[in-house]
Design a protein around this ligand. Structure first.
Ligand code: TXA
Ligand code: MG
Length: 317
């Protein structure tokens, strides 16, 4: 792909206005959300959406999440059932994506949903994402702003290190607060947990008043967040490591962990999620052969952290 000049835009200055111009012209803009940075394009413009796949080197069949400013806009693109309404009322804006039957009259590019009859929708809470979506007034398709299979970006520096010269612009508004991607809920005769994420399963289930089913393996999409190997650093990852072996770097958790980087010295899972991808980026740049990762509790957002770690440690394709 020919190199283009990637513009740096500051969300605190005139970045939002410039970002909307670029989107309108069919360009790609990486922008912050509270989970991770997204790589955005106008979701109605098939050519712009195709550029996302090219920049990420992503297999064409993977559907993208469509970001909208609010529930009212989301209703234009999909049919909401009662459970979806309940979840949206409780967790939007926020770190949750709903996969719902696509409304074909909504005008989304077909490539966005990769030919499926469903669409993933999300209303992000991040103030810069909200300002961008409101200023733009249209739907923005955005996967995480990283090369397919690599660690997701939670800082503008991560995006630039990976995609500089491949996208029109990055909109900077500092580090992402949540640090792991959104929870994804779909519906197959009732709510189904498609991806553990920023909203703990327990909170989603409390809102629904029922437990979330797991998707049938055979029916599961071959999609990045659902592939075994994903979020892969260069170094080999050893999980649930209670010690550090020769030549290993250590990613710790909790007090008294003698480590290179600690996800949370106070043992706070929310802090650990926010640090996860940044620490993996950092350790990977230290050129060790392996990273020993401390055991992480499974409760709350710990489920999402352990899911991402398991995929980062999985054998590479
Ligand atoms: O937090 C997030 O969700 C971030 C920010 C940028 O919003 N986005 C993100 O996108 O993680 P991405 O593309 O890296 O992961 C989206 C996941 C994929 O696993 C994809 O398969 C799934 O969402 N997905 C999207 N639309 C879907 C659909 N119609 N049916 C099933 N899965 C879908
Ligand atoms: Mg991703």
């Amino acid at each position: 792909m020919p190199k283009i000049k990637t513009q740096y835009l500051d969300a605190k200055k005139t970045g939002i206005a410039r970002a909307t111009e670029i989107l309108r012209e069919g360009g790609l803009v990486a922008f912050p959300t509270e989970t991770v940075y997204g790589l955005g394009a106008d979701a109605r413009n098939g050519q712009a959406v195709a550029k996302i796949f090219a920049a990420k080197g992503r297999p064409q069949f993977n559907p993208l999440i469509v970001h909208v400013a609010n529930l009212e806009m989301a209703r234009k693109y999909a049919d909401f059932n009662d459970d979806a309404e309940r979840l949206a009322a409780a967790f939007w804006p926020g770190a949750m994506t709903l996969v719902l039957p696509l409304n074909p009259a909504g005008g989304l590019a077909e490539l966005v949903s990769a030919g499926l009859k469903t669409v993933g929708l999300r209303v992000p809470a991040h103030p810069a994402a909200q300002r961008l979506l409101q200023a733009y007034g249209g739907p923005i398709a955005a996967p995480s702003a990283n090369t397919s299979g690599k660690i997701s970006p939670t800082r503008v520096g991560h995006v630039l290190a990976d995609l500089n010269g491949k996208i029109e612009a990055v909109l900077d508004d500092g580090p992402c607060e949540v640090g792991v991607e959104s929870s994804i809920v779909g519906f197959e005769n009732g709510p189904v947990m498609l991806r553990h994420g920023g909203i703990p399963d327990e909170a989603l289930e409390a809102c629904l008043g029922q437990s979330l089913a797991r998707p049938e393996k055979t029916k599961m999409l071959t999609a990045p967040g659902q592939m075994d190997s994903h979020y892969a650093p260069r170094a080999f990852l050893r999980l649930n490591a209670v010690d550090r072996r020769d030549g290993e770097l250590r990613l710790g958790f909790g007090a008294h962990d003698l480590c290179d980087l600690n996800l949370s010295a106070s043992g706070d899972l929310i802090e650990a999620a926010a640090n996860l991808f940044a620490h993996l980026h950092h350790l990977d740049a230290m050129d060790g052969e392996a990273i020993a990762v401390a055991p992480i509790p499974h409760s709350g957002i710990g489920a999402a952290i352990n899911d991402r770690l398991k995929r980062a440690a999985a054998p590479r394709p």
